[in-house]
Design a protein around this ligand. Structure first.
Ligand code: PEP
Length: 243
């Protein structure tokens, strides 16, 4: 399995950093598939700088409509036109900062699929939900309501308490959650659920990448902070097994 390593730059980066970063990614190991997801204004620069390379280009959000009176929003159709291949949807920071419900995420996923973008749909529990034993139920509910019929994309399990904190779940907990997600996907999508890639996200760095990426049903990583540094991002990709 070729692991997918996606970098979420969040609201970081600047035009002057794009060319050197994109050039560095050309040295990516073939064993992993890389995707870089910068802020909207950097997408055209990245599309030009990555031209001819196998590295994917992702946005961090899109609107559920193809066009219209939605000030400040960006459509999946436009993202596709300017060269994006992927879009992160339902990230916990958007669910928290912008009140995005599962229903809102579901509409955005449908729009992404209609525009031929590959959605990377994030799910994950809070620390309180994990402590109270609800983590798997919370994630199953997010999957049920965030993924539309005919879903064809990527799921990212991102425990909210592990994002940007340096904390990661135990390997046993990651494996158990990925197994639970796999089972839920097979139930929800009997024909395709077994093949949907499930990424792990939350404080992935070069030093823990090999062990996390080697766990059952972990098809890659969604990387925040460590993706801002090309060398670290490449080191994470290099740690990915190709089995
Ligand atoms: C993320 O924001 O998707 C993420 C996983 O962040 P970090 O790697 O910084 O925890």
């Amino acid at each position: 399995m070729r692991r997918i390593i996606a970098g979420n730059w969040k609201m970081n980066g600047a035009p002057g950093t794009v060319t050197a970063y994109a050039e560095a990614l050309r040295a990516a190991p073939e064993a992993a598939a890389l995707i870089v997801c910068p802020p909207f204004p950097l997408l055209p620069g990245f599309a030009a700088a990555l031209a001819g390379s196998p590295v994917g280009l992702g946005a961090q959000d899109c609107h559920a409509s193809a066009a219209g009176a939605h000030t400040g929003d960006v459509s999946a159709v436009l993202l596709k036109e300017i060269g994006a291949s992927h879009v992160i949807l339902g990230h916990s920071e958007r669910r928290a900062d912008h009140g995005e419900s599962n229903a809102v995420v579901n509409g955005k996923v449908s729009a992404a699929l209609a525009a031929s973008l590959i959605p990377i749909v994030c799910v994950g529990e809070t620390e309180a939900q994990r402590d109270s034993g609800e983590a798997e139920d919370v994630v199953r509910t997010q999957l049920t309501h965030s993924l539309p019929a005919g879903f064809a994309g990527i799921v990212a399990y991102e425990p909210i308490w592990a994002i940007g904190t340096g904390k990661t779940p135990s390997e046993a907990d990651v494996a158990a959650m990925h197994g639970a997600i796999r089972a839920a996907l097979v139930t929800q999508f009997p024909a395709s659920g077994a093949a949907i890639t499930i990424l792990y996200g939350g404080s992935v760095k070069p030093s823990n990448a090999a062990s996390l990426l080697g766990l059952p049903d972990v098809g890659g990583a969604l990387v925040g902070g460590a993706s801002l540094n090309a060398a670290d991002f490449l080191a994470i990709a290099a740690a990915a097994p190709n089995d």
